[in-house]
Ligand binder design. Sequence first.
Ligand code: ADP
Ligand code: MG
Length: 697
Amino acid sequence: MVKNVPEIFGCMVFNEEVMAERLPEEVYHSLRKSVEQGKEIDPSIADIVAGAMKDWAIEKGATHYTHWFQPLTGVTAEKHEAFLTPVGGGKVIMKFSGKALIKGEADASSFPSGGLRNTFEARGYTAWDPASYAFVKDGTLFIPTAFCSYTGDSLDTKTPLLRSMDALSNEGVRLMRLFGDTETKRINTTVGIEQEYFIIDKEMYEQRKDLIYTGRTLFGAPAPKGQEMEDHYYGELKTRIQEYMADLDEALWRMGVPAKTKHNEGAPAQHELAPVFSTTNMAIDQNMLIMAYMKKIAEQHGLVCLLHEKPYAGVAGSGKHNNWSIDTDTGKNLLKPGKTPMENKQFLLILAAVVKAVDEYQDLLRLSVAHPGNDHRLGGNEAPPAVISMFIGDDLQAIVDAIVSGTAYKDHARTKMNLGIPTVPTFTKDTTDRNRTSPFAFTGNKFEFRMPGSSQNMALPNIILNTIVAESFRQFCDVLEGAEDFSAAVEQLIKDTLTAHSRIIFNGNGYSEEWKKEAQRRGLLNLKTSVDAFKTFAAEKNIALFSRHGVMSETEIHSRVEILYENYAKLINIEAQAMVEMAARDILPAVNAYTAEVAAGAAAKTAVVPTADVSMETDLIETLSALVGKAYVTVKELKAADAAALKAEKGQATATAFAESVIPLMDALRRQVDEMETMTSSEFWPMPNYGDMMFRI
Ligand code: ADP
Ligand code: MG
């Protein structure tokens, strides 16, 4: 049990407090200024910062340091270097220079580059991101860094993220000046990421090749019970889970991750953790740590944490809710409507900017969450559909309606809640209800983007959010800077923008069939699969957007598209091969063995009593033999389709071949196998079933 949370919190992090204590005052202030204003670090202070970091890290038990980066694989990468430096006479000292802190060199050839680089041009660089804290983990000092190629093209997710934060800040500050704010120097986006996950017993996990190879079950008939009783969401935590969560919290607190909320989620064995929000790049680094620790701590409890979007068919999948807001460095939340939003023109203009951005760049938002795992989730149980829309709630809707139609707006006072129980105090109701079905919902002073998948790195969704809103701001500034009557121009701009883009606003049930039809009528995009979404990335308007704001060059975009196609093809290929292996070597032999035993039993029965009723045996043998035969054919077809897809010309052609000819056969094989599972003795079934995995923890 942790006794003193404030004492352990952040004890492994080189944070503000440690820096203030250990760095000479002028060095600390120079560093702070660079970070706060997004300016370059004065190189002369690097040696001093590095020395202080090293001394502190050694006290925390570190012997090594690593530049920690986020290549385009979706996971993090690290290469550990010892501090030790020989000084002759067989002796060593512990050394860490400013140069080594600022810049690292890494062999980039084994990381995806999407054709940006030939393998012989292997050099890559990692560069320190001083805006995210360094920390000590497992005896190593971790330094968050960006990663780029020898030619300066970014090979990671962090570089464009930092660039997008700058873009939003630049255009945002420009807008603030127009509203008479002369103090704000920097605008930041704040992000709070809710992380959903599943837990499974390690012994069961070990018996499922599909989980081991792909992170999800490729086969599995539904258990008698799913989530229909709605008894898991917010349910009482089982002891084993509660102990796991307590250790996880403690480990995260030590790393300075403010883990705050934890609870059971909708599906059996599904849970959620949310930290307190922070600046975007820090929030994303912390989310990567959260995922790493979720897995690591699970191992210590004989459990495995599944971060896949859809480990089990038929129950809810896991997402990652990206709560996003805009803050000034003077501490103002720009998405706060205030008590009288109708009069708050600055808020309404910023709301209009987001509405416009989401409508004009639906394709990019959809793209930012596109990967094979999420294809199983979007539109499934308790997940938003693939159509992007925005929820703003009744109060703001009434304001938008009044503005668009030019009619008077009647403010309804905030109501008090009275439950009719004298001892329960009354409280004020929130102005907006929650809408769980909207992919992009306004929740009081922030937007919650609910489409991202549980396994993904959150950089791309935030790169896109920041850049598209920066673009709205830019266009607004261009109009307003030339306006004669500023106030009238703002009102006109709000009205014009909301009128043009209100089709993206939808406050109803996003899970319903009617909405799909209505969305089509409104002309909203419905990019059903990842491959449909990938195609939109390099559209002319999107290249123009990213290059205008210096977030990604055309080359960088094309390389990312290549990687998306490549990853998609590789993942589906692994899934197809795992299915073939499991079916051919485990499942079909098991069903045959069971059928043979049933046949032997029937023969034994009739040998004793020739007239004995063996109708059950006969029927089972007939049905199972037919299914085994069909499944055997499907396995062969799947193998052939997989081989053909691999031979297709790279990129889009390969990904499309996997989507169109491999996935349908995987679905067919799964149906055949799941049917056999329901008829085969559990003694013979070669792996744990859905009920075992989800209910026996
Ligand atoms: P929910 O009720 O939606 O499940 P949670 O408490 O699980 O809410 O998560 C809400 C998340 O939103 C938390 O990470 C919280 O810190 C974050 N959040 C709150 N305010 C802001 C803000 N201004 N900017 C970004 N994130 C925020
Ligand atoms: Mg939550």
